[in-house]
Write a protein that binds this ligand. Structure first.
Ligand code: SME
Length: 160
């Protein structure tokens, strides 16, 4: 399932040269193909202000379009540079709720040329939705984007 979808994403991205369109397409594909991936979005890092800015996403609109490094699951990943899998968001003290329907979450960092530039964030309405396979898959998606879109590291400039 995961490797099939990865292949499909790679094929779908082939004709897309615009970085923003590519990010949106990835969100749409993952959201529609994976069960209980209920909100899918990318946050980009602004290292100067130590804030994350929301980029393309699919799912319910969120008030949290800007997140401080260190705050919530996303902000913690901005500081650690490591993936964060949350089985039950209600058991987390440093968590930013976007919707009461969300039960579990995964955030996987996106590196380009060795630099931490963004992260993919998925929310699920299902408890314990995310496993090691999801992390591996999302890391592969991020690596694909980093390889295919050299402009990704400047994408933050479109958001601030
Ligand atoms: N729950 C995230 C905030 C972003 S929303 O899920 C879209 C967090 O705790 O960082």
């Amino acid at each position: 399932m995961y490797s099939l979808l990865l292949g499909e994403i790679e094929k779908e991205l082939d004709p897309i040269s615009n970085t923003k369109q590519a990010l949106q397409r990835v969100c749409d594909l993952i959201h529609s193909e994976m069960s209980a991936y209920d909100w899918v979005g990318f946050y980009f890092m602004h290292h100067g202000s130590r804030k994350l800015h929301l980029g393309p996403y699919v799912g319910a609109p969120t008030d949290h379009t800007i997140i401080d490094f260190g705050k919530g699951i996303c902000g913690q990943v901005a500081e650690s540079g490591n993936s964060f899998l949350v089985d039950d968001v209600n058991a987390q003290s440093n968590y930013i709720a976007c919707s009461i329907d969300v039960k579990s979450e995964i955030v996987v960092p996106l590196y380009q040329n060795g630099n931490l530039i963004a992260q993919i964030d998925i929310d699920s309405h299902q408890l314990k939705r995310f496993q090691a396979e999801d992390e591996k898959f999302l890391k592969a998606v991020n690596d694909l984007l980093a390889r295919k879109y050299p402009e990704l590291e400047n994408f933050i400039d479109q958001l601030v």
